[in-house]
Design a binder for this molecule. Structure first.
Ligand code: AMP
Length: 274
């Protein structure tokens, strides 16, 4: 009989697929693991996760699941599934009111203060640049993900701790998603909307279960939420899908939501028909 210590996470490199429990994860790999009732997140192999891996967890993992420890599998963080890296979607515009830029800078400082890493679009323009520079100045690890053809247009932030260059926009979004444990949406334009709607729909389809929060600064996203209500009212979307995302008015509130977020129990969450 296989068992796993409470609080152990797995990392699987070849998938961005979210799996709710060890049982599912192991069943997928051909294991009988009825004793496992462990909430797991599947994280990509990445620097941040190896940093948190411990020898104890590693040996437990190797002992219990030798077949999973070959190439492509790695042990991730142990303990409660706390977030380490936040993906920020936000405006690339240089023409925004001062209070939007100030909120982006506050977010950068708060990420650093809470020892959270930043993953973002890799530009130095608009709110993207504000949050990245401030986060890095405070000591946060900053990872930018930018397509080659956007490097000039969005003035790639070469000073980032890591600048990942992709071929396409799609690849950019995928890398950002894989590298992050949570998503925070600052005010933004079409690009930001495109990114957040995709991450919500992927959660709706249970491709991930990471927290998503909008910074609804001065009601910026109220019209979007009003439109979402039309979707619920008209039964274009299930009422339970409201739980896919959260809105916060303050930066601190938004980050606290992400940090306190706990993945729903299997069978419970937004997937329920209503
Ligand atoms: P915007 O909100 O329009 O200022 O864009 C915010 C960010 O989203 C910018 O870094 C854009 O390059 C990015 N973006 C725009 N469209 C897409 C897309 N289809 N896929 C990925 N990123 C995008």
């Amino acid at each position: 009989m296989l068992s796993v210590e409470q609080g152990t996470d797995f990392v699987r490199s070849d998938s961005a697929f979210f799996c709710r429990s060890a049982k599912l994860q192991l069943a997928e790999c051909g294991f009988q693991a009825n004793t496992c009732r462990l909430q797991l997140r599947l994280l990509r192999i990445q620097r941040q996760t190896t940093r948190y891996a411990t020898p104890e967890v590693g040996s437990c993992f190797t002992h219990c699941f030798p077949a999973l420890t070959g190439e492509g599998f790695l042990v991730g963080s142990a303990g409660v599934a706390t977030i380490q890296t936040v993906c920020v979607y936000c405006s690339s515009s240089e023409r925004l009111d001062r209070h939007f830029r100030e909120a982006a800078r506050l977010l950068g400082r708060e990420l650093a203060r809470r020892e959270l890493g930043l993953v973002y679009g890799g530009g130095s323009v608009g709110l993207m640049g504000e949050v990245a520079r401030e986060a890095q100045a405070g000591g946060a690890r900053v990872t930018g993900v930018i397509p080659e053809f956007m490097k000039e247009r969005e003035l790639a932030y070469e000073a980032a701790d890591e600048l990942i260059i992709t071929d396409t926009m799609r690849e950019r979004k995928q890398r950002m998603e894989e590298l992050a444990d949570a998503f925070l949406v600052l005010p933004g334009g079409f690009g930001t909307l495109e990114e957040v709607i995709e991450i919500i729909t992927l959660k709706q389809l249970e491709r991930h279960a990471k927290p998503i929060v909008f910074l609804n600064q001065a009601g910026f996203y109220d019209p979007l939420f009003a439109f979402f209500e039309r979707l619920f009212d008209g039964k274009f979307a299930r009422e339970s899908y409201r739980a896919l995302y959260h809105a916060a008015e303050q930066v601190e509130e938004a980050l606290s939501y992400l940090e306190k977020y706990r993945e729903p129990e299997p069978g419970e969450p937004w997937f329920r028909v209503s």
